[in-house]
Design a protein around this ligand. Structure first.
Ligand SMILES: NC(=O)c1ccc[n+]([C@@H]2O[C@H](COP(=O)([O-])OP(=O)(O)OC[C@H]3O[C@@H](n4cnc5c(N)ncnc54)[C@H](O)[C@@H]3O)[C@@H](O)[C@H]2O)c1
Length: 337
């Protein structure tokens, strides 16, 4: 298949590009570099031996998208491009609605105009909020707890409406749990700008000496060791989930929503212990109070992905930590400037 990846130089997009090429697909990347670096393209070339087709474009720019669609033909798009920081979304909601929702509408309109009606969308487990009813099944109630989550839910609803209105459309919204890890080459990985908002890159920066300690927010949750539990999955497993999803579009499924997670939860303390083992470095920690908006536990029911897509996460926590450590220790400052 010929596939357009918006946000293709970002963390999940770049790993998915590798998995798609390995599966024999033709890949074109689009990104505005608002949260990634051009160096990713060289790294992808080194890993795959292929100079990937790339457009430096903003996904909200319908005229630019039209030019790309005129120059290239696509069978499907995988739509990653969007800002993704929950805290920032509360300070700059319009930025999130413009890029997250406006970008999705611009992409879908351009696709429709050019007869491309297959799309995989990056949604998030954040749409479930926190529930006592675990594991989280796709039919569980959705709850919006911040503007970022609202953009994800709005885009899911837009895709659902589109598929309802025109049966030629096929759209799969993938609800990711907590992607971590890096490509085993150590050449590409997660490179957050500023203070990492997610646990694993923070732990890795402590291990490599960029930060003195990890603050654990809450050790009095009703979980086995008191710290928060999440469903961490290896980014290469997630990337392969996208290959399965985009290939499934060919069977004309209409609209569907599917969790991508391992189905089991890992605590903050378990992550710290596994990372110390993988890196051989101590991770000093301090305990602080719970953060507003955080909850005790969240993990997926991963059975639908297995039955519909034939996909299951296979990589272990030790593998996730070893791959993050390889990436972080070989690139202490990420992709650099
Ligand atoms: N990483 C996670 O934990 C996680 C979890 C659930 C969902 N998601 C979603 O998955 C997608 C990819 O996440 P990621 O972790 O790879 O993030 P990322 O920031 O690494 O990648 C997103 C890419 O999109 C680009 N981008 C942003 N706005 C753009 C625009 N207007 N035009 C063109 N390019 C633009 C950025 O430069 C970046 O390269 C996002 O939609 C995110 O919300 C991520």
């Amino acid at each position: 298949m010929k596939i357009l990846l918006t946000g293709g130089t970002g963390y999940i997009g770049s790993h998915t590009a590798v998995a798609l090429l390995e599966a024999g697909h033709d890949v074109t990347l689009l990104d505005n570099f608002s949260n990634s670096k051009p160096a990713v393209l060289d790294r992808l070339h080194t890993i795959t031996g292929v100079a990937m087709d790339f457009f430096e474009t903003d996904v909200t720019d319908e005229a630019a998208l039209t030019e790309i669609m005129k120059q290239r033909s696509f069978d499907a798009a995988i739509h990653f491009a969007a800002p993704k920081a929950v805290g920032e979304s509360m300070e700059k909601p319009l930025h999130y609605f413009k890029n997250g929702v406006g970008g999705t509408v611009a992409l879908l309109q351009t696709m429709a105009d050019h007869g491309v009606r297959n799309v995989v969308y990056s949604s998030s487990a954040t749409v479930y909020g926190f529930s006592d009813d675990l594991p989280l099944v796709e039919g569980a109630p959705t709850v919006v707890i911040n503007p970022y989550g609202r953009t994800k839910l709005m885009c899911e609803e837009i895709l659902q409406d589109l598929c309802r209105a025109d049966e030629r459309w096929n759209a799969i919204a993938l609800r990711y749990f907590n992607p971590v890890g890096a490509h085993p080459s150590g050449l590409i990985g997660e490179d957050p700008q500023g203070v990492p908002a997610n646990l694993m890159p923070f732990v890795a920066q402590v291990a490599v000496g960029r930060r003195p300690e990890l603050t654990i927010f809450g050790d009095d949750y009703p979980t086995p060791d008191g710290t928060g539990v999440r469903d961490y999955l290896h980014v290469m497993d997630l990337a392969e989930g996208h290959v399965a999803a985009v290939e499934h579009l060919a069977s004309d499924p209409g609209y569907d929503v599917i969790n991508l997670g391992t189905g089991s939860g890992i605590s903050v303390k378990e992550i710290v212990a596994a990372f110390e083992k993988a890196s051989g470095m101590p991770i000093p920690t301090v305990i602080a109070g719970r953060r507003p908006g955080d909850g005790p536990a969240s993990y997926a029911d991963a059975n639908k992905a297995a039955s519909v897509l034939g996909w299951r996460a296979t990589r272990s926590l030790d593998e996730m930590c070893a791959d993050v450590w390889r990436w972080q220790s070989q690139n202490p400052n990420g992709y650099g400037d």
